[in-house]
Each structure stands twice: as structure tokens, then as C-alpha cells.
Design a protein around this ligand. Sequence first.
Ligand code: GP9
Ligand code: MN
Length: 688
Amino acid sequence: MKEKLQKGKKKVINFFKKLKHEHVIKNYIKNNRLFLVFVLVCVINSTMLRIFTMRTAENIFAIRPIIADLGLVITIGSFSYLFKGKGRYRYLSIWAVIFTAICMINSVYYTFYTSFASFSMLSLAQFIAPVGDAVVQNVLQLKDLFYLIPLFFFIFYYHHLAKKGEYKKYEKKERKKKFFHTILVGAITLIVFCFTLSGLEVGRFIKQWNREYIVMRFGIYLYQGNDLVKSIQPKITAMFGYDEAKKKMEDYFEGTSDVQDYTNEYTNILEGKNVIVIHAESLQDVALNTTFNGQEVTPNLNRLIKEGMFFSNFYSQVSVGTSSDTELTFNTSLMPTQSGTAFVSYFDRTYISTPKLLKEKGYYTFSMHANNGDFWNRRAMHESLGYDQFFSKENYDVKEEDVIGLGLSDKSFFAQSVEKIKTISAEHDKFYGVLITLTNHTPFSDVDKYGEFKVTINETVQNEDGTTSVVEHPYLEGTKLGNYFKSVHYADAALGEFFQEMDEAGLLDNTVVILYGDHDARLPKADYVRMLNYDMLTDDVKSTDDPTYQEFDSYDYELNRKVPLLIWTKDGTIKPQVVDTIMGMYDVVPTIGNMLGFYNKYALGHDIFEIGDDNIVVFPNGNWLTSKVYYNSQKEEYKPLRDEVISEDYIKENNEYTEKLLDVSNNMIVFDLLNSNNIKAQNEEENK
Ligand code: GP9
Ligand code: MN
């Protein structure tokens, strides 16, 4: 045995000696310089992207995605040897540009969505354009341009080689040999990589909805290639796999009653009332709980919260469709789709929605939003959701002086909307109307138009002569979070005016107002750290060694993304109370359905007054939240929220529930499973 080992060792040493002696490596490098630079450029860029986006130690020191990138880049690059002279450079440079573009686009995309880009989003590019201002100011950063440096180096290096006449021309036979050897190396690298994968990783790669998880393990290029396939797939799978999807949905809803089979103290309490829903753009709970020098950011909302039913642990469940995803979930209790968005890709499906169910009870239904009606494809989708009328930009008088940020200011929007509601109220017995606000939209940079609201800290100091004076510390002035508070303060003032105008018109007398924040404002974590740990002496963040330093980790950030939900009546039908149960946007349909007297069998959420503390909020990326745990499915880690031991089974069961719910929801939309013909067929089958 020992002898064998010795022999083996000798052989390996001899092999390397031979390599050294014959200058094999040196010659290989010399003869394949351009190819090697190409490989380096592509791998450096992808590694840089991973490090700049997901800054965990696990990701920074990960070797496997580098192996995956190497395998793919070498394989693709190997074909360059089939080209002669300049053709080879052209081939490599086209791929270098493609790979660099993938890194740059994902870098920008990650800053905005904390996720990676998808080809299925290409059809949504038109909705990104109107927020172009926001993208440029908010998103395009110096780091996004770093990826150009290796690319320029590659181009420069080729010209350098060509100029010195060192750019190799090979004979056909030699080229073929080089191609064969190189593709073999690429393939072996990829095979080695495949052997390192676990079943779970392969499963997630196939499903593709957990994008960070995939990039962290497979690298950006394999992710993007797989994404391309997955983005084309829905168009094809919508034609296949219907039966299986239908079966899964039937299993999921088996045992769910066709009619509401319970009552509680809230059943029908709001029946017959008009409903006004306010979709408050980017409104987060943090704004309600913050004051500056004794001044509330949201005095009007805070007053309404004291008068109504406030849900203090309420989360939106959006994916890349942001505002539109919330509209979908709020009205249908379904989750956003796994690729693309329901509003754009699946607007032609059948939805069972709150407007439709209220219409059956004699309501007139409408939506109002002063932006372009095609944004998020609302014009088409609002019809699918069952709104009788959609008022968009063309129905509003948009004067230049009334424009803030993305469009018509909330104050003007509300004032003009009240006039329209007056007419609707006069013409219809009862109504359900949704008002979608716009001013409080990222990047919150139209600060001059929000009105005076300082986000400073005023300190009263004692002077030597015994008098006092006030020193103003900048605190959050100039930060994005600070500007956000200014913007919310404006939005709150607009809301105050709306309530007043509605009241003066007598429109609140028999009305319930439901207000929600549509999603968080994607504010930088560093700004929250500054807010919590401001040092007045240095105008900087306290040192982490300071005993008063407050941690704000990624879980704190996630939990802080909660948004308000308020149900309010002027006549006191709704009694003032704070409901602190963990709740998601998909729980709204069953909860208000019970109050208004309608029932949606295919809701994925629950009446919060029935489910209580057993509730789970599922997020589109596979994360979930219960009263006990926030679970991060990318990291496969969780933060306990109570002083309680969490069993493995608890995590496993909730993970299974999450995957099943997301799958069923996606199938219901993609395969149009709520189409009455399909449901009818299902009932007939059951009655056989
Ligand atoms: C656009 C508005 C904003 O009309 O609803 O959409 P968002 O960017 O929040 O998805
Ligand atoms: Mn929004």
C-alpha cells in the first residue's frame, strides 16, 4: 500500500516536472492569451456581482458558483476556436458583451428589487420607463459601471495583441483540436460542479422562484440561462400540464366549504355600507410611529387609527409587480405569479374578486388612479378584476403646478376624485371604490414640493449666561429615509384633506374606509441604522461598541417592512382597537368579506378573527412569517420571535405549506383554473 502511494506520488511529481520542463503551461498561456483573458473577464464580473449584491460570508467565500461560471464560460468560449483569426475575437467579444450586460443589468436590478432580473420582466420594461427618473436617481450607481472595466480591458488587450502581430492564426486541424480539448475541460468542470449539488439545490434550480438562492449557488450565468428557459416555458406549459394543476388545486380546496360556514362578532357588521379603499403608495408603519421634535410624521393617520380598527402586524406580499401585485392580492387573495406579473402576463384570466362579489350584492364598483391607465396594464386588468369604471390620467385635470414626483399630486387627485364620487353616489345605491395614490413614490426627491417638515433633532442647550438656545442637528436631513418622511408627511396631509372633503360632501356617513400601504418603500438599511444610532456630537452613527448602539439586522429590516391596514367608519360601527395578529395582504378578502357579507371560496388567506395566532404570511420568494418565526428561505435560516424552542418539524411543515400555496396560486392564474367552465366541470365531476 505504502509502496503504491509512493509510486503515485512520484508519478504526480514527474508529471508536474515534465510540465515545468517542457514549459507546457507557459506555452499554453502564451498561445491562448485572448481566450484566457475572456474567461477571466467573465468570471471576475460574475464574482464581483455576487459579492456586491449578497454580502454574506457564505456567498463571498463560495467556490462553487465560480466553478459553475468557469464551466459555462469555458464551454461557450471553446466554440471560438472554430472561427478563423478575427472571427474568433468577434465571437469572444460578443459573448463578453453579453456576459457583462447580464452583470450590469442584474447589478442595477438588485439595488431596486433586492432580487435578480428575469427575462419574463422584459414585457414590463414599458412600466419601468415612466419611473425612469426614479431609476436613474435612485438606482444607477458607480458600482454598476465597474463591470465595464474588465470588458474594456479585454477589447484593449486584443488590439494590443493584434498590433504586436501576436494574434495567433491556427490551421483548421489545430483549431479543431483546440476546440475539442477546451470544450472537454468546460464539460468536465460542469460535471464536477454537478456532483457538488444536493437534491434540494437541484429542485430549487428547476423551480427558479428563489432567485438569490440560485445565484448564490449556481452563479449568475447559469441562473440567467435557466431563467431564459423558464420565461419561455409558461407560454408553453399553459398548454400542457393543465390536468395536474387542476388536480392539485382540487386537493388544496378539498374540504373548503362552498358557502361561509362560520359566524363571528364581525359577521355582516358592514353589510350595505359604501366602501372606499385607499391604496397608499409605499406607506410603511415606521412613518406612523415616528416624530421629529414632537411633530408626528402622520398626524391625520394617527388620529384615524385611534378611531378605527388598526392591524399593527400587517405585511404586503409583493413580488416584482409591486403596486399591481398588491392590487391583485388585496382583491383576490391570490399570490403574485412566479414569473412575470398577473397584471401584465395573465390579465386575461378569470379572477374571483372583491369587486365582482360586491357587484353581485348590488354595488357599483370603480377604481381611480391619476397615472397613465396602461401603467401595470391596469386598463385591461381592472376590467378583469370586475371594476365597472376605471378613472385614469385622462379623466383628471393634470396642471403642471399640481405635479409632484411621478404625476398628479395626491391633494389634487383626492380633490378631483371627491367630485367624481359625489356623482357616483348620486347615481348609484351603493359603491365600492379604490383610490390609488401616487405622490409617495420612490425616489422621494421632489422635497421642495412636500412642504416644510424638518427631520432634524433640536437640542436645547444651556448658555453660560443662564439663557437657553436651540441647536439644530441635521439627523436625517439629506438622507433618503429623511426625504421619505417628508413625502409621507405630505401624503398624510393630502389624506387629511380627503377625509374632510368627503365628510363635507356627506360621503362618509354610510361608508367604511379601508386603507392599506401597498408595499414598503425600499429604503436603505444604513439610513435606519443612522436613525436608531445617531450621535449628535459627531453628526454620525455611533460606534458599534457604544453600549446604547441598537442592532438593526436583516431580520429587523424585513420585519420593519410592515405596512398599515386600517378599517374605519365615521359612525362607530367599527370600534377602536388594535389587532396585533400577524397578517398578510391575502387575509384581507376573507376578513372584510365576513364583515361585508360576501364569501370567496378560493381565497388563500384567512379571516384573521378566525385563524388568530395560527396565521402564516407567505411571501412570494418562499420566506414566511408566523407569530413564532421569520423564516428566510434563501438562507434557510430563521429568527425566533418568541422565547420558544422551534422544532425542525415546525419549519418543515411551514415550508411545505408555503411551497404548496405558492404552487397552487400560480397554477390557478397560469392555467386559468377559476374560469367558470373549469369550475363547473369540476363540480360535475364531484357530483357524479
Ligand atoms: C404607478 C404606481 C406605482 O402607477 O402605482 O407603481 P409601483 O412602482 O409602486 O409598482
Ligand atoms: Mn406601489
